[in-house]
Ligand binder design. Sequence first.
Ligand SMILES: [Cu+2]
Length: 403
Amino acid sequence: MRWQCRVDGNMDLVATSYDGKLAASNQYNTENGVVFADMMSAERDACVFLHIERIEQAVRDGRFTKIPGADVPVVDGRRASNGDPATALTCYVPVPKNPHGVNASPDGRYFICAGKLSPTVTVVELSRVLDWFAGKLADPRDTVVAEPELGLGPLHTAFDGRGNAYTTVFLDSQVVKWNIEAAIKAFGGDQTATAVVDRVDVHYQPGHTNASMSETREADGKWLVSGNKFSKDRYLPVGPLHPENEQLVDISGDRMRLAHEAPVWSEPHDFIIVHRDRIHTRQIYDLAEFPDATTDMTGSKVVRDGRRVKVHLTSVAPAFGLTEIRVRQGDEVTLILTNLDKVEDLTHGFAIPKFDVNFIVHPQQTKSVTFTVDRPGVYWYYCTHFCHALHLEMRGRLLVERA
Ligand SMILES: [Cu+2]
C-alpha cells in the first residue's frame, strides 16, 4: 500500500479516470453519524474526487502522518484541509443523499454517481473537476452537468459506447436506459430533451450491473448483465438462503431485450464483462517458480531433521509418489506436494482429515502444509479433486508410530 487519504464520511465504490489522474468514490454518511437516522440526515452527501498526482507529491514532500502501528503515509483529504482548490488533494462534489455507485463513461468524460435515497443519478464532468482543482471553477457544485430522475433506488451504471447509460434501480426492479447528452440538455433547461430511453423489468432488486467492455474505451454495447439481489419466485426454495438471479440483457438494439437468466451464488456482486480475447490466464504453472518442487516422479522422499520431517511428494494421476509415509508421534511434518501432471485443469487434492489437512494443487504447482502428528495410528491420505477414473484409488497411508 503506497498511501492512504483521510476523508470525511464513508467511501463505498471507486472509479478512476482513464489517464489515472483522478479517482472518485461515492461517499455516504458524510454526517459521520453512528446511528441510522443520523447517517441519512443530510440532503446531500458527496462524490469525492482524489487528485492522484497531488497526493503522490504530498507523500514525496513528506506532508503526511502515520497511524500508530501502520507504516503507510496518510495524507489529509478532509474537506476542512481543502481551503485552496489549487493545492487541494480532494474535491467534494455534492450529490443526493447516500449515493451507492460511481462509474466512468467510456468516452472518459463523465462520472455517474447514483443516490440510493434519491430517484436521480448525478453526472459529473471530469474536465470541470480538473477546472476546480486548477482554481478556474469556484464551486464544486458546478461540476454537475445533469441529474436525471430514473426511478426508485438507482445503484450502479453501465454504458454502451453509443452515449447511453444503463442504471439499475433497486426498488423498481428495473434497468433504465438513458441518454447522457439528453440528460445534460434537460438539465440545462431544454424542455424537449428526455433522458430516459427505455426500461426493462428484472427479477428482482438489481444492484451491480455491467455491459460488455463497459468501462473501457471499447464499450461495444452488446450485452448487459443485471445482478439481482433477490430471486423470489424464480427458483425452488432450497433452504433459507435462496440462489440469486443474474439476467443477461441484449442491449444492441433500440429496446432492451431480456435474453437469459441463471441462478447464481447468493449476493451477486461487482463484475465486469470483457471480450474473451482479453482473457489470458495461465493454465499450467512453471515448476521453476517453486524452489521446493520435486521435479521428477522418482523424487518423492521423507527427510528427517530431528523432530522435523519433510515429506517431498509428487502426484501424477492416479497416484501419489509414495503409498506409505512413516513418521513418529510428536513429529512436526511439512508435506510439500508437487503436482507433476501437465494436463490443463488436472488438479489434485490432498487430505488427511484427522489432522485437518485438505488442499488442492494445480498442474506443475507446488504447495505445502505443516502439521504436528500428535496421535499414533494409521491415517489415510487421499486425493480430493476428481482427476482420473481411478481417482478414488489415489491414496496412501500415513503411519504414525507411537513415541
Ligand atoms: Cu488426484
